[in-house]
Ligand binder design. Structure first.
Ligand code: ATP
Ligand code: MG
Length: 382
Protein backbone atom coordinates (compact mmCIF):
# COMPACT_ATOMS: atom_id res chain seq x y z
CA UNK A 1 0.00 0.00 0.00
CA UNK A 2 1.44 3.31 -1.03
CA UNK A 3 0.38 6.82 0.04
CA UNK A 4 0.20 9.24 -2.90
CA UNK A 5 -1.01 12.75 -3.60
CA UNK A 6 -3.34 13.08 -6.55
CA UNK A 7 -3.65 16.48 -8.19
CA UNK A 8 -6.74 17.37 -10.17
CA UNK A 9 -6.48 20.62 -12.06
CA UNK A 10 -9.19 23.09 -13.02
CA UNK A 11 -11.47 21.89 -15.84
CA UNK A 12 -10.86 25.23 -17.52
CA UNK A 13 -7.29 24.19 -18.26
CA UNK A 14 -8.44 20.88 -19.62
CA UNK A 15 -10.75 22.73 -22.01
CA UNK A 16 -7.93 24.75 -23.56
CA UNK A 17 -7.74 22.42 -26.56
CA UNK A 18 -4.55 22.80 -28.51
CA UNK A 19 -3.08 25.17 -25.93
CA UNK A 20 -3.62 22.76 -23.09
CA UNK A 21 -0.02 21.64 -22.98
CA UNK A 22 1.23 25.20 -22.55
CA UNK A 23 -0.99 25.67 -19.49
CA UNK A 24 -0.21 22.23 -18.11
CA UNK A 25 3.51 22.86 -18.40
CA UNK A 26 3.15 26.18 -16.64
CA UNK A 27 1.11 24.60 -13.86
CA UNK A 28 3.65 21.82 -13.46
CA UNK A 29 6.47 24.37 -13.22
CA UNK A 30 4.53 26.34 -10.60
CA UNK A 31 3.83 23.23 -8.54
CA UNK A 32 7.49 22.31 -8.61
CA UNK A 33 8.35 25.88 -7.57
CA UNK A 34 6.44 25.60 -4.28
CA UNK A 35 8.08 22.26 -3.47
CA UNK A 36 11.67 23.32 -3.18
CA UNK A 37 12.04 22.15 0.41
CA UNK A 38 10.61 18.62 0.10
CA UNK A 39 11.84 15.52 -1.61
CA UNK A 40 9.27 14.02 -3.93
CA UNK A 41 8.70 12.31 -7.23
CA UNK A 42 6.00 13.39 -9.62
CA UNK A 43 4.53 11.29 -12.38
CA UNK A 44 1.71 11.77 -14.86
CA UNK A 45 -0.90 9.24 -15.78
CA UNK A 46 -2.74 11.07 -18.57
CA UNK A 47 -4.78 13.78 -16.81
CA UNK A 48 -3.76 12.63 -13.36
CA UNK A 49 -0.68 13.83 -11.65
CA UNK A 50 0.67 11.89 -8.71
CA UNK A 51 3.23 12.94 -6.16
CA UNK A 52 5.02 10.49 -3.93
CA UNK A 53 6.70 11.91 -0.85
CA UNK A 54 7.50 11.16 2.77
CA UNK A 55 5.75 14.38 3.78
CA UNK A 56 2.29 14.06 2.23
CA UNK A 57 0.60 16.50 4.58
CA UNK A 58 2.96 19.42 3.95
CA UNK A 59 3.19 18.76 0.24
CA UNK A 60 -0.58 18.45 -0.18
CA UNK A 61 -1.11 21.73 1.70
CA UNK A 62 1.36 23.59 -0.52
CA UNK A 63 0.05 22.19 -3.79
CA UNK A 64 -3.50 23.06 -2.72
CA UNK A 65 -2.56 26.76 -2.86
CA UNK A 66 -1.30 26.74 -6.44
CA UNK A 67 -3.52 28.56 -8.93
CA UNK A 68 -4.99 26.17 -11.48
CA UNK A 69 -5.35 23.31 -8.99
CA UNK A 70 -8.95 22.25 -8.40
CA UNK A 71 -8.47 19.53 -5.80
CA UNK A 72 -5.66 17.76 -4.05
CA UNK A 73 -6.41 14.28 -2.79
CA UNK A 74 -4.43 12.07 -0.52
CA UNK A 75 -4.92 8.53 -1.74
CA UNK A 76 -3.76 5.02 -0.95
CA UNK A 77 -2.61 3.08 -4.00
CA UNK A 78 -3.12 -0.70 -3.97
CA UNK A 79 -3.24 -3.60 -6.39
CA UNK A 80 -6.69 -3.81 -7.98
CA UNK A 81 -7.74 -6.97 -6.16
CA UNK A 82 -10.84 -7.13 -3.98
CA UNK A 83 -8.77 -8.09 -0.93
CA UNK A 84 -6.25 -5.27 -1.31
CA UNK A 85 -8.92 -2.67 -2.05
CA UNK A 86 -11.02 -3.77 0.92
CA UNK A 87 -7.93 -3.65 3.12
CA UNK A 88 -7.13 -0.06 2.19
CA UNK A 89 -10.74 1.04 2.55
CA UNK A 90 -10.89 -0.59 5.95
CA UNK A 91 -7.80 1.26 7.05
CA UNK A 92 -9.40 4.58 6.17
CA UNK A 93 -12.70 3.61 7.80
CA UNK A 94 -10.99 2.74 11.06
CA UNK A 95 -9.89 6.35 11.44
CA UNK A 96 -13.52 7.18 12.26
CA UNK A 97 -14.86 6.25 15.70
CA UNK A 98 -16.66 2.98 16.18
CA UNK A 99 -20.31 3.13 15.21
CA UNK A 100 -19.70 5.32 12.17
CA UNK A 101 -21.87 4.23 9.26
CA UNK A 102 -20.30 4.03 5.81
CA UNK A 103 -20.75 3.23 2.21
CA UNK A 104 -18.30 2.59 -0.61
CA UNK A 105 -18.59 4.48 -3.89
CA UNK A 106 -16.57 3.02 -6.73
CA UNK A 107 -15.49 4.61 -10.00
CA UNK A 108 -14.30 2.08 -12.49
CA UNK A 109 -12.10 3.71 -15.12
CA UNK A 110 -10.61 0.38 -16.09
CA UNK A 111 -13.50 -1.15 -18.02
CA UNK A 112 -11.64 -4.45 -18.28
CA UNK A 113 -12.10 -5.07 -14.59
CA UNK A 114 -14.45 -8.09 -14.42
CA UNK A 115 -16.98 -6.49 -12.02
CA UNK A 116 -18.89 -3.27 -12.60
CA UNK A 117 -18.80 -0.36 -10.11
CA UNK A 118 -21.86 -1.48 -8.15
CA UNK A 119 -20.55 -5.01 -7.89
CA UNK A 120 -17.13 -3.85 -6.73
CA UNK A 121 -18.68 -1.65 -4.02
CA UNK A 122 -20.81 -4.55 -2.82
CA UNK A 123 -17.93 -7.02 -2.78
CA UNK A 124 -15.43 -4.80 -0.97
CA UNK A 125 -18.21 -3.63 1.39
CA UNK A 126 -18.94 -7.24 2.32
CA UNK A 127 -15.25 -7.91 2.95
CA UNK A 128 -14.99 -4.88 5.20
CA UNK A 129 -18.02 -6.04 7.21
CA UNK A 130 -16.47 -9.47 7.61
CA UNK A 131 -13.24 -8.12 9.03
CA UNK A 132 -14.48 -5.12 11.01
CA UNK A 133 -16.86 -4.86 13.92
CA UNK A 134 -19.10 -1.95 14.81
CA UNK A 135 -19.17 -0.07 11.48
CA UNK A 136 -22.59 -0.48 9.87
CA UNK A 137 -23.26 0.03 6.17
CA UNK A 138 -25.75 2.75 5.32
CA UNK A 139 -26.19 3.32 1.60
CA UNK A 140 -28.69 6.19 2.01
CA UNK A 141 -27.18 8.53 4.59
CA UNK A 142 -23.75 7.24 5.51
CA UNK A 143 -21.61 9.26 7.90
CA UNK A 144 -18.56 8.39 5.84
CA UNK A 145 -18.39 7.83 2.11
CA UNK A 146 -15.32 5.88 1.07
CA UNK A 147 -14.25 6.56 -2.50
CA UNK A 148 -12.54 3.89 -4.53
CA UNK A 149 -11.21 4.35 -8.04
CA UNK A 150 -10.17 1.40 -10.12
CA UNK A 151 -7.67 1.99 -12.91
CA UNK A 152 -4.64 -0.09 -13.76
CA UNK A 153 -4.04 0.32 -10.02
CA UNK A 154 -6.73 1.07 -7.43
CA UNK A 155 -6.94 4.25 -5.37
CA UNK A 156 -8.68 4.83 -2.07
CA UNK A 157 -9.31 8.51 -1.39
CA UNK A 158 -8.93 9.57 2.20
CA UNK A 159 -8.49 13.32 2.37
CA UNK A 160 -9.42 16.13 0.01
CA UNK A 161 -8.06 19.67 0.06
CA UNK A 162 -9.87 22.14 -2.20
CA UNK A 163 -7.58 24.14 -4.49
CA UNK A 164 -8.14 27.73 -5.58
CA UNK A 165 -8.95 26.83 -9.22
CA UNK A 166 -8.09 29.65 -11.65
CA UNK A 167 -5.30 29.63 -14.22
CA UNK A 168 -1.60 28.88 -13.76
CA UNK A 169 0.21 31.94 -12.48
CA UNK A 170 2.17 33.68 -15.21
CA UNK A 171 0.04 32.34 -18.06
CA UNK A 172 -1.92 35.52 -18.64
CA UNK A 173 0.10 38.72 -18.92
CA UNK A 174 1.01 41.16 -16.18
CA UNK A 175 -0.51 43.89 -14.06
CA UNK A 176 0.64 46.51 -11.57
CA UNK A 177 -1.58 46.45 -8.49
CA UNK A 178 -2.07 49.66 -6.56
CA UNK A 179 -1.55 48.07 -3.18
CA UNK A 180 -2.61 50.06 -0.14
CA UNK A 181 -2.82 48.77 3.39
CA UNK A 182 -6.59 48.36 3.15
CA UNK A 183 -8.83 45.35 2.76
CA UNK A 184 -9.71 45.73 -0.90
CA UNK A 185 -6.52 45.99 -2.90
CA UNK A 186 -4.89 42.75 -1.70
CA UNK A 187 -8.09 40.95 -2.64
CA UNK A 188 -8.09 42.60 -6.09
CA UNK A 189 -4.49 41.47 -6.60
CA UNK A 190 -5.25 37.95 -5.48
CA UNK A 191 -8.13 37.67 -7.93
CA UNK A 192 -5.99 38.85 -10.84
CA UNK A 193 -3.21 36.45 -9.84
CA UNK A 194 -5.68 33.59 -9.67
CA UNK A 195 -6.54 34.25 -13.30
CA UNK A 196 -2.90 33.67 -14.14
CA UNK A 197 -1.90 37.34 -14.36
CA UNK A 198 1.56 38.12 -13.00
CA UNK A 199 1.05 40.75 -10.29
CA UNK A 200 3.51 43.38 -9.09
CA UNK A 201 2.57 46.09 -6.61
CA UNK A 202 2.95 49.83 -6.24
CA UNK A 203 2.50 51.51 -2.87
CA UNK A 204 2.40 55.30 -2.56
CA UNK A 205 4.18 56.18 0.64
CA UNK A 206 3.72 59.57 2.28
CA UNK A 207 6.55 59.70 4.73
CA UNK A 208 6.50 61.27 7.34
CA UNK A 209 2.71 61.68 7.23
CA UNK A 210 2.35 57.94 7.12
CA UNK A 211 4.54 55.84 9.37
CA UNK A 212 7.08 53.13 8.62
CA UNK A 213 4.58 50.80 10.23
CA UNK A 214 2.11 51.57 7.44
CA UNK A 215 4.72 50.65 4.88
CA UNK A 216 5.63 47.48 6.80
CA UNK A 217 1.98 46.53 6.74
CA UNK A 218 1.86 46.82 2.95
CA UNK A 219 5.04 44.75 2.72
CA UNK A 220 3.37 42.14 4.94
CA UNK A 221 0.37 42.06 2.61
CA UNK A 222 2.71 41.67 -0.35
CA UNK A 223 4.37 38.74 1.43
CA UNK A 224 1.01 37.07 1.92
CA UNK A 225 0.26 37.47 -1.80
CA UNK A 226 3.69 36.06 -2.53
CA UNK A 227 2.71 32.78 -0.87
CA UNK A 228 0.44 32.25 -3.86
CA UNK A 229 2.54 33.89 -6.56
CA UNK A 230 6.05 32.68 -5.72
CA UNK A 231 7.63 36.11 -6.06
CA UNK A 232 6.41 39.68 -5.77
CA UNK A 233 7.89 43.03 -6.75
CA UNK A 234 6.76 46.07 -4.79
CA UNK A 235 7.53 49.56 -6.09
CA UNK A 236 7.40 52.29 -3.45
CA UNK A 237 7.50 55.88 -4.71
CA UNK A 238 7.35 58.72 -2.23
CA UNK A 239 4.03 60.49 -2.61
CA UNK A 240 4.72 63.30 -0.17
CA UNK A 241 5.93 65.98 -2.59
CA UNK A 242 2.93 65.43 -4.81
CA UNK A 243 0.46 65.60 -1.95
CA UNK A 244 1.98 68.73 -0.50
CA UNK A 245 1.89 70.41 -3.91
CA UNK A 246 -1.77 69.49 -4.36
CA UNK A 247 -2.66 70.65 -0.84
CA UNK A 248 -0.91 73.89 -1.48
CA UNK A 249 -2.25 74.78 -4.89
CA UNK A 250 -5.50 72.97 -5.66
CA UNK A 251 -9.09 73.39 -4.41
CA UNK A 252 -9.76 71.49 -1.17
CA UNK A 253 -12.80 69.63 -2.50
CA UNK A 254 -10.75 68.29 -5.42
CA UNK A 255 -7.77 67.07 -3.40
CA UNK A 256 -8.86 63.48 -3.49
CA UNK A 257 -9.61 63.25 -7.18
CA UNK A 258 -6.42 65.06 -8.13
CA UNK A 259 -4.47 62.79 -5.85
CA UNK A 260 -6.06 59.78 -7.47
CA UNK A 261 -5.11 61.06 -10.90
CA UNK A 262 -1.51 61.33 -9.75
CA UNK A 263 -1.65 57.79 -8.42
CA UNK A 264 -2.92 56.66 -11.78
CA UNK A 265 -0.21 58.54 -13.69
CA UNK A 266 2.49 57.16 -11.40
CA UNK A 267 1.17 53.62 -11.71
CA UNK A 268 1.10 53.88 -15.51
CA UNK A 269 4.59 55.35 -15.63
CA UNK A 270 5.94 52.67 -13.31
CA UNK A 271 4.19 49.96 -15.33
CA UNK A 272 5.85 51.28 -18.47
CA UNK A 273 9.25 51.41 -16.81
CA UNK A 274 8.96 47.87 -15.44
CA UNK A 275 7.33 46.52 -18.62
CA UNK A 276 4.01 45.68 -17.00
CA UNK A 277 1.00 45.63 -19.29
CA UNK A 278 -1.85 46.93 -17.15
CA UNK A 279 -2.91 48.49 -13.85
CA UNK A 280 -5.23 47.03 -11.18
CA UNK A 281 -6.96 48.77 -8.29
CA UNK A 282 -9.18 47.64 -5.41
CA UNK A 283 -11.96 50.08 -6.22
CA UNK A 284 -15.63 49.19 -5.97
CA UNK A 285 -18.20 51.53 -7.43
CA UNK A 286 -19.93 53.69 -4.82
CA UNK A 287 -17.86 52.38 -1.90
CA UNK A 288 -16.44 55.79 -0.92
CA UNK A 289 -16.73 59.35 -2.21
CA UNK A 290 -13.81 58.93 -4.61
CA UNK A 291 -15.22 55.78 -6.14
CA UNK A 292 -18.26 57.28 -7.83
CA UNK A 293 -18.69 56.63 -11.54
CA UNK A 294 -17.61 60.23 -12.22
CA UNK A 295 -14.56 59.85 -10.00
CA UNK A 296 -13.51 56.64 -11.73
CA UNK A 297 -13.93 58.24 -15.14
CA UNK A 298 -11.94 61.34 -14.22
CA UNK A 299 -9.04 59.31 -12.83
CA UNK A 300 -9.12 56.88 -15.75
CA UNK A 301 -8.72 59.82 -18.12
CA UNK A 302 -5.01 60.05 -17.30
CA UNK A 303 -4.21 56.37 -17.75
CA UNK A 304 -2.45 55.18 -20.86
CA UNK A 305 -3.05 51.48 -20.32
CA UNK A 306 -5.95 49.23 -19.32
CA UNK A 307 -7.06 49.66 -15.70
CA UNK A 308 -8.66 46.61 -14.12
CA UNK A 309 -10.93 46.79 -11.10
CA UNK A 310 -11.84 43.21 -10.28
CA UNK A 311 -13.94 44.31 -7.28
CA UNK A 312 -15.93 46.96 -9.10
CA UNK A 313 -19.30 45.27 -8.55
CA UNK A 314 -18.53 43.55 -5.25
CA UNK A 315 -19.99 44.45 -1.85
CA UNK A 316 -17.67 45.17 1.04
CA UNK A 317 -18.97 42.16 3.01
CA UNK A 318 -18.09 39.85 0.14
CA UNK A 319 -14.65 41.44 -0.21
CA UNK A 320 -14.10 40.95 3.52
CA UNK A 321 -15.04 37.29 3.24
CA UNK A 322 -12.50 36.76 0.47
CA UNK A 323 -9.86 38.62 2.48
CA UNK A 324 -10.50 36.26 5.40
CA UNK A 325 -10.22 33.23 3.15
CA UNK A 326 -6.96 34.29 1.51
CA UNK A 327 -5.44 35.35 4.81
CA UNK A 328 -5.00 39.10 4.27
CA UNK A 329 -7.83 40.33 6.47
CA UNK A 330 -6.10 40.32 9.84
CA UNK A 331 -3.18 42.32 8.47
CA UNK A 332 -5.43 44.72 6.53
CA UNK A 333 -7.38 45.75 9.63
CA UNK A 334 -4.30 46.75 11.61
CA UNK A 335 -4.79 50.44 12.37
CA UNK A 336 -1.86 52.18 10.63
CA UNK A 337 -2.99 55.09 8.53
CA UNK A 338 -2.57 55.19 4.78
CA UNK A 339 -1.92 58.40 2.93
CA UNK A 340 -5.53 58.93 1.98
CA UNK A 341 -6.76 59.09 5.56
CA UNK A 342 -4.17 61.75 6.40
CA UNK A 343 -4.89 64.01 3.46
CA UNK A 344 -8.57 63.37 3.08
CA UNK A 345 -10.71 66.52 2.77
CA UNK A 346 -13.95 66.93 4.74
CA UNK A 347 -16.21 67.30 1.73
CA UNK A 348 -14.69 65.75 -1.38
CA UNK A 349 -16.50 66.29 -4.66
CA UNK A 350 -18.42 63.17 -5.51
CA UNK A 351 -19.13 64.30 -9.07
CA UNK A 352 -15.89 65.85 -10.28
CA UNK A 353 -15.90 67.31 -13.81
CA UNK A 354 -12.98 66.41 -15.98
CA UNK A 355 -12.54 69.89 -17.50
CA UNK A 356 -12.58 71.61 -14.09
CA UNK A 357 -10.20 69.13 -12.46
CA UNK A 358 -7.81 69.31 -15.40
CA UNK A 359 -7.81 73.12 -15.23
CA UNK A 360 -7.15 73.21 -11.49
CA UNK A 361 -4.39 70.66 -11.83
CA UNK A 362 -2.68 72.60 -14.61
CA UNK A 363 -1.03 74.94 -12.08
CA UNK A 364 1.20 72.03 -11.06
CA UNK A 365 4.22 70.77 -12.96
CA UNK A 366 2.58 67.38 -13.36
CA UNK A 367 5.26 65.70 -15.43
CA UNK A 368 8.13 66.79 -13.23
CA UNK A 369 6.34 65.66 -10.07
CA UNK A 370 5.61 62.24 -11.55
CA UNK A 371 9.13 61.82 -12.94
CA UNK A 372 10.75 62.76 -9.63
CA UNK A 373 8.54 60.39 -7.60
CA UNK A 374 9.29 57.54 -9.97
CA UNK A 375 13.01 58.21 -10.13
CA UNK A 376 13.29 58.09 -6.35
CA UNK A 377 11.10 55.00 -5.94
CA UNK A 378 12.33 52.09 -3.85
CA UNK A 379 11.97 48.68 -5.51
CA UNK A 380 11.63 45.66 -3.24
CA UNK A 381 11.78 42.15 -4.69
CA UNK A 382 10.20 39.73 -2.25
P1 ATP B 1 -8.30 49.61 0.10
O1 ATP B 1 -9.08 48.84 1.08
O2 ATP B 1 -7.73 48.75 -0.98
O3 ATP B 1 -7.23 50.47 0.76
P2 ATP B 1 -10.14 51.75 0.05
O4 ATP B 1 -11.53 51.31 0.13
O5 ATP B 1 -9.45 52.22 1.27
O6 ATP B 1 -9.29 50.57 -0.61
P3 ATP B 1 -9.26 54.08 -1.40
O7 ATP B 1 -8.39 54.50 -0.30
O8 ATP B 1 -10.17 55.05 -2.04
O9 ATP B 1 -10.16 52.83 -1.08
O10 ATP B 1 -8.37 53.50 -2.52
C1 ATP B 1 -8.91 52.92 -3.67
C2 ATP B 1 -7.83 52.12 -4.32
O11 ATP B 1 -6.72 52.95 -4.65
C3 ATP B 1 -7.25 51.04 -3.43
O12 ATP B 1 -8.00 49.85 -3.50
C4 ATP B 1 -5.88 50.87 -4.00
O13 ATP B 1 -5.91 50.07 -5.16
C5 ATP B 1 -5.51 52.29 -4.39
N1 ATP B 1 -4.77 52.99 -3.33
C6 ATP B 1 -5.23 53.81 -2.37
N2 ATP B 1 -4.25 54.27 -1.59
C7 ATP B 1 -3.10 53.74 -2.05
C8 ATP B 1 -1.71 53.81 -1.66
N3 ATP B 1 -1.31 54.54 -0.64
N4 ATP B 1 -0.83 53.10 -2.40
C9 ATP B 1 -1.21 52.34 -3.43
N5 ATP B 1 -2.49 52.24 -3.83
C10 ATP B 1 -3.43 52.91 -3.15
MG1 MG C 1 -7.22 52.35 1.31
Amino acid sequence: MKELILIKYAPEIFLKGLNRKVFEDRLMTNIRAVLTKEEYTLHKDQLRWFIETDHPQQVAAKVAKVFGVMEVHRVLEVEPTLEAMAGALREVLLRSPKGTSFKVVTHRANKKFPLNSMEISREVGARILQTTEGYPVDVRQPEVTLTLEVRSMAYVYHQMLPGPNGMPYGSNGSTLLMLSGGIDSPVAGYLMARRGVKVSGIYFHSHPYTSERAKEKVLDLARILKESTGSFRLIIPSFTEIQLAIMDQCPKDELTIIMRRFMMRLACAAAKKHRIQSVTTGESVGQVASQTMEGLIVSDAVSDRPVFRPLIATDKTDIMAIAQRIGTYDTSILPYEDCCTVFVPKHPKTKPRLDEVAAHEAVLDVEALVAAALAGAEVVDL
